[in-house]
Design a binder for this molecule. Structure first.
Ligand SMILES: Cc1cc2nc3c(=O)[nH]c(=O)nc-3n(C[C@H](O)[C@H](O)[C@H](O)COP(=O)(O)OP(=O)(O)OC[C@H]3O[C@@H](n4cnc5c(N)ncnc54)[C@H](O)[C@@H]3O)c2cc1C
Length: 454
C-alpha cells in the first residue's frame, strides 16, 4: 500500500489550508480525506480577520488572493463601508465596527472579509489538484504501525448518516448515497493531520483509553444560539425597527452593553437584514433546556429570556412573530485549550498524529476567531512538517515529537487567551482593552513567529 507523507483528515478550511501550505513547501505526496458524500452549500458565514488572512498569505499567497477575490468580487461597484452597530436596549449606539477590508487594512495592516464556509472551502479546494481531495471517506480509526513507521487511517464510505449532535450544518439526507452501500478503505501515512472539526473522530481515537478520555468529546460551553430568519413583520413594527435600530446598518447587536457591559450571561440579540429581517439570540442556557425543545418552545424561551433581561416591547414582539418553520437552535461547544482540571497535560498530538483547528480547540464564535485561529495552526504545522521534510526526518520519532511540541507550545497559550476573550468578551469592556486585543490578535506578527519556529 502506498505510504503518503501526510494524510489530512477533514477538508474543511483548516485541512485544505494545511494541504495548500504543504504543497507550497514542496510536500506533494499528500492526501485529504473527508466524510462528506458531496461538496454542498453548507455552513455559515465566516469572518476572516487580519490575523487569519495574514496566516493564509504565508500559507500560500495564491490562496490569499483567491479568498480575497471571492469575498470582494473585483467587478462589483464599491459600496460605502458597512458597519456593525452595537446598541443598548434603548436603541442608543454604544459603539460600531467598520466592516470593510480597507478600514481594517489601514488599522491593522491586513483586511477583513466575510465569506460563506462553503465558498471558502470551494475556493481552497479548487487550488489543489483534484485527486488530492477524496470525499466519501469517513475516518473511523487510526493506528500507528511500527513495522513500517507509519500510521494506518481507516475510513468508511456508507449510506448511513452519522449522527453528529455538534454539527452546525444540516445532515446529508438530501445527498444521493454512494452506489456501493458500505466500503472500508485504509491509507498509510508518515504523519496524520487531524482537521476533522469539533466532533473529531481522530481526537476521540487518540484520547480513548488514556487519562484524557474525558476530553475526547466536545464540552458544552454553556452558551447557545436561538435564531430565526425571514420573519413576516407588520409595517408599523418594521418601521419602528428600521428607525430605532437598523438606521443605515444591515447588522447590529442589541444588548445590555450600555457602557461596554460585556457579561456573557446577558442575552445579546443580533438583528440582520438580508432581504427580510431575522435574528440570532445568544444566551447562557442549560443544554437540556434547548436540546429537545420544539420550535414553539424555542420561541417561548427566546421571549422569556428577552423579558427577563428587560428588552423593549418591539423586540419581544419580533420574537413572538417568529415562524416555527424557520426556528433553529445551536448549542456551542468547546475543546478547552487548557481544561480547567488538574488532569495531566493534555497534548494535541500522539505519535505521528496531530490535531489542528476545531479538532484541537473549537470554541463558540463570539469573537469570530475559530477559522482564523485554525489558519494560524495550519501555518504553524506546515512550517514544522516542512522542517521534518527538509531534514528527511520522516522516520525520526524524536524529531517528529519535538516538532509537534514546538507547534503546540506556540499555539496553545495563544488559544487559551483567545478562548478567554471569547467566553468573557473582555475586549469589548473598554476602548483600552479593545485596542490591546486588536494589537495582540489582529496585529500579530507572524513574520517573527514563523522565523522563530523554522
Ligand atoms: C455560527 C458560527 C459562526 C462562526 N463564525 C466564524 C467567524 O466569523 N470567523 C471564524 O474565524 N470562525 C467562525 N466560526 C468557526 C469556524 O466555522 C470554525 O472554526 C472552522 O470552520 C473550523 O475549521 P476546521 O477545518 O477545523 O473544521 P470544520 O470547518 O468543522 O471542517 C471539518 C471537516 O472535516 C470533515 N470531517 C469531520 N469528521 C470527519 C471524519 N471522521 N472523517 C473525515 N472527514 C471528517 C467535515 O466534513 C468537514 O469538512 C463560526 C462557527 C459557527 C458555528
Amino acid at each position: 500500500m502506498k505510504i503518503y507523507d501526510v494524510v489530512i483528515v477533514g477538508a474543511g478550511p483548516v485541512g485544505l489550508a494545511t494541504a495548500l501550505g504543504l504543497r507550497q513547501r514542496g510536500i506533494e505526496n499528500i492526501l485529504v480525506i473527508d466524510q462528506t458524500r458531496a461538496f454542498r452549500k453548507v455552513g455559515q458565514v465566516v469572518d476572516l480577520l487580519p490575523n487569519g488572512l495574514k496566516a493564509i498569505k504565508y500559507i500560500n499567497p495564491n490562496a490569499y488572493e483567491a479568498v480575497k477575490n471571492i469575498a470582494i468580487p473585483q467587478n462589483q461597484p464599491q459600496k460605502p463601508s458597512p458597519v456593525w452597530l452595537y446598541k443598548d436596549l434603548q436603541g442608543k449606539n454604544v459603539y460600531s465596527t467598520h466592516l470593510s477590508f480597507d478600514d481594517w487594512f489601514e488599522k491593522y495592516g491586513e483586511g477583513r472579509v466575510s465569506v460563506s464556509w462553503y465558498d471558502l472551502q470551494t475556493c481552497l479546494r479548487e487550488l489543489l489538484p483534484e485527486n488530492i481531495v477524496k470525499i466519501n471517506n469517513r475516518c473511523v480509526n487510526i493506528e500507528e504501525k511500527s513495522e513500517n513507521n507509519c500510521v494506518r487511517i481507516d475510513s468508511v464510505s456508507d449510506a448511513s448518516v452519522n449522527n453528529n449532535p455538534y454539527a452546525y450544518w444540516e445532515e446529508e439526507k438530501d445527498v444521493e448515497a454512494p452506489t456501493q452501500q458500505f466500503e472500508t478503505k485504509s491509507f498509510q501515512a508518515k504523519l496524520v493531520v487531524a482537521a476533522d472539526g469539533i466532533n473529531s473522530t481522530v481526537r476521540k481515537v487518540i484520547y480513548q483509553d488514556t487519562s484524557h478520555s474525558a476530553f475526547a468529546q466536545p464540552e458544552y460551553s454553556k452558551y447557545a444560539a436561538i435564531f430565526c430568519r425571514d420573519i413576516e413583520i407588520p409595517s408599523q413594527l418594521h418601521t419602528q425597527l428600521e428607525e430605532k435600530y437598523f438606521s443605515e446598518a444591515s447588522i447590529l447587536t442589541i444588548g445590555n452593553h450600555a457602557v461596554h457591559n460585556t457579561s456573557t450571561e446577558n442575552p445579546r440579540l443580533m438583528l440582520f437584514r438580508r432581504g427580510s429581517i431575522g435574528y440570532i439570540l445568544h444566551i447562557a442556557l442549560r443544554l437540556e433546556a434547548i436540546q429537545n425543545a420544539s420550535e414553539n418552545a424555542l420561541i417561548e424561551i427566546a421571549f422569556q429570556e428577552l423579558e427577563k433581561a428587560g428588552f423593549p416591547e418591539e423586540l419581544k414582539q419580533l420574537v413572538r412573530l417568529s415562524s416555527p418553520a424557520n426556528m433553529q437552535q445551536r448549542p456551542y461547544y468547546i475543546h478547552r485549550a487548557i481544561p480547567h482540571s488538574n488532569a495531566a497535560e493534555l497534548t494535541w498530538s500522539l505519535g505521528r498524529t496531530v490535531l489542528v483547528g476545531d479538532a484541537a480547540h473549537g470554541m463558540p464564535p463570539f469573537m469570530a476567531q475559530g477559522a482564523n485561529q485554525g489558519f494560524e495552526d495550519a501555518l504553524a504545522i506546515t512550517t514544522q512538517i516542512h522542517k521534518i521534510a527538509q531534514n528527511n526526518n520522516w522516520d525520526n520519532m524524536q524529531a517528529i515529537t519535538e516538532s509537534f511540541e514546538i507547534y503546540e507550545k506556540y499555539r496553545r497559550p495563544f488559544m487559551e487567551y483567545m478562548q478567554h476573550a471569547t467566553l468573557t468578551r473582555f475586549p469589548v469592556a473598554s476602548d483600552e482593552l479593545s485596542e490591546e486585543y486588536g494589537q495582540k490578535v489582529y496585529c500579530r506578527n507572524l513574520d517573527s513567529a514563523v522565523g522563530v519556529m523554522v
